[in-house]
Design a protein around this ligand. Structure first.
Ligand SMILES: [Fe+2]
Ligand SMILES: [Fe+2]
Length: 272
């Protein structure tokens, strides 16, 4: 079981920020903005999945998960709130979030479906988030040149994603979810997640007027496929999820706890 602390982030999200807030880089700003746009809807779905999965557990198992579920819900609810504030600035910058309504429409199809399907989808998404978080903490210098408050926001979110990456997975297993369905949803989520990320990033670049700039494509190639590139470094951990004996804790590192320890002045634990 993971001890999950809910933290209130002590950063200013009222002051507007630059359009190319990520170190002056149009591509990276557009990609992170796209991800942020998906969080309020996506994270609400994760919260609902974990809550409903918890309720479906037999009472003796509920006791075991109670504290962790509470921590998970608190962390994701805080992420939603913070990213909604961030996203409000994006809207003022003229960006349009097409991802959220599309996702909402798609998730409607899951109404009344067995909670294990919800959890398999959540666990798959959380695997993506955990890989991205780990990569971000490792390569935090990509955020250099960004305002300190924004860098803190992304690394705090990454640290907590890495902390709670096992919750949905463990609940899925606890409810007797099968390996076959876990993999089926993982493959579907991969296609949907990558497709949505790409569409929204292009949309953001188009509205920013930077889609057809050479510097944008150069940055994308380097950031995604360069030596330390996101796609290049994520393929292996992505594939591990397919193993029958996979568990998220196998991809544990110290990066999350180290960031949280080194940046304790950036947040305040809630209810401790
Ligand atoms: Fe989150
Ligand atoms: Fe999460």
């Amino acid at each position: 079981m993971t001890d999950l602390v809910v933290r209130r982030l002590l950063i200013d999200l009222e002051t507007p920020f630059d359009r190319h807030w990520c170190g002056g880089d149009a591509f990276r700003s557009a990609l992170f903005n796209a991800l942020s746009m998906s969080f309020p809807v996506g994270e609400q779905f994760f919260i609902d999945s974990v809550r409903n999965g918890f309720k479906a557990l037999p009472p003796e198992q509920q006791e075991k998960f109670k504290a962790e579920v509470h921590g998970f819900v608190g962390q994701e609810a805080t992420h939603r709130r913070i990213h909604a504030l961030f996203n409000a600035h994006l809207e003022k910058q003229g960006l349009v979030n097409d991802w959220a309504p599309r996702a909402q429409k798609r998730l409607k199809l899951l109404d009344g479906v067995d909670p294990r399907h919800w959890l398999a989808i959540t666990a798959a998404n959380e695997h993506f988030t955990a890989i991205f978080a780990e990569w971000m903490l490792e390569n935090h210098d990509w955020l250099d040149g960004s305002e300190a408050r924004l860098k803190t926001m992304w690394l705090w979110h990454s640290a907590e994603e890495s902390e709670h990456k096992s919750t949905a997975f463990d609940l899925y297993q606890g409810l007797g979810g099968t390996h076959a369905w876990r993999i089926t949803w993982f493959r579907r989520v991969t296609l949907i997640f990558l497709g949505d990320t790409l569409r929204q990033t292009i949309n953001n670049l188009q509205r920013d007027g930077t889609l057809w700039k050479w510097s944008t494509w150069k940055s994308a190639a380097n950031y995604l496929f360069g030596k330390r590139g996101l796609v290049r470094q994520s393929y292996r951990p992505w594939r591990e999820y397919l193993r029958r004996d996979f568990h998220p804790s196998q991809q544990e590192s110290e990066l999350s706890s180290r960031w949280l320890a080194d940046n304790a002045n950036a947040y305040k634990p809630v209810g401790v």
